[in-house]
Design a protein around this ligand. Structure first.
Ligand code: ADP
Length: 161
């Protein structure tokens, strides 16, 4: 059984993230989407809200589960027995940060292999921060996120318009 972890902030989950989930399922038997608290990025949604949205988004995908990240990803890989960490790549701009993360994780746990999956052309410029910006200005984000995420964004950002 080949298990992979797909870590991220998912603030909020977008169709770009889901594209990577579907691609990963072609390579691995099981996938755990791991939702992290990211001290570098101030998140709009709480960890619980982000977890809830990811759970809703992958409902019906029986080989996918969702968990939160407590502590180091390198330790979670060992604890779960995962054989790989999956990350999505959009444009070249992602590369340096991803390279740094992958090599740091490998230093912490030499067993970790990071697998980069390339997103579909239509999601190449899609990132959560842009979705939040569009939503905060009252724009239509239905092309970027599932309907329940769109509703959550409206609830959260509605008052700020
Ligand atoms: P992080 O804060 O750890 O970068 P994100 O939630 O922003 O977490 O992203 C998680 C992973 O999903 C990253 O590998 C990121 O590159 C990838 N990702 C985000 N948006 C897209 C997208 N539109 N297409 C493909 N991969 C994406």
């Amino acid at each position: 059984m080949r298990l992979a972890l797909y870590p991220g902030t998912f603030d909020p989950i977008t169709y770009g993230h889901l594209d990577i989930v579907h691609r990963a399922l072609k390579l691995f038997d099981r996938l755990i989407v791991v939702v992290a608290e990211n001290p570098q990025k101030k998140s709009l949604f709480s960890l619980e809200e982000r977890l809830e949205m990811v759970r809703e988004a992958v409902r019906g995908l029986d080989r996918v589960s969702v968990d939160k990240l407590e502590g180091l990803l390198a330790d979670k890989v060992s604890r779960t027995g995962a054989c790989a960490v999956v990350r999505g790549l959009r444009a070249v701009t992602d590369f340096e940060y991803e390279f740094e993360m992958a090599l740091t994780n490998r230093t912490l746990n030499p067993e970790i292999e990071t697998v980069f999956l390339m997103t579909s052309m239509e999601y190449i410029y899609l990132r959560s921060s842009l979705v939040k910006e569009v939503a905060s200005l009252g724009g239509d984000v239905s092309h970027f996120v599932p309907p329940f995420v769109e509703r959550k964004l409206k609830e959260k950002l509605g008052g700020e318009r």
